[in-house]
Design a protein. Sequence first.
Length: 148
Amino acid sequence: MVLVSLVFAGCGKSAIPSNQVLEKGQSVTTKAECMQWCEVMRKLNEGNKDKTKAEMNVDCNSLCDASQGMENNDVNACEKSEWILKDTCFSEIAQDTNDINVCKKISDKTFLYSCYTSIAEKQKDASLCENIDDTMRNSICVDGVNAE
């Protein structure tokens, strides 16, 4: 999860040269800038030395789609993303917009339950916890709503 947060921090608001490593809090605006930045960062990572340009392109596309989705609260951009990036994107948008329906797009149960719980607590509405089918996590959600 830390890796996802660090990577997402790179794509978003202000452009940087493609040969510069991003500092914390810096970001890029367009998908093209994000793709450029992602390729530079992936090349700097020793774990990617055996990846083909096509494999890196798939990874960067997914990252940049999710990043743009979160930056613009664009569920359609999240849909283009893959893996945990897609669920992270949906979760961020749902919590930013307090839209429980966006939570329903999340496939990972941990992200899904966390999304429902967060919105239920923000809206102070324990009935939203009924979306959680795990008894223990449902109880945690209700307790969280009632504690505030």
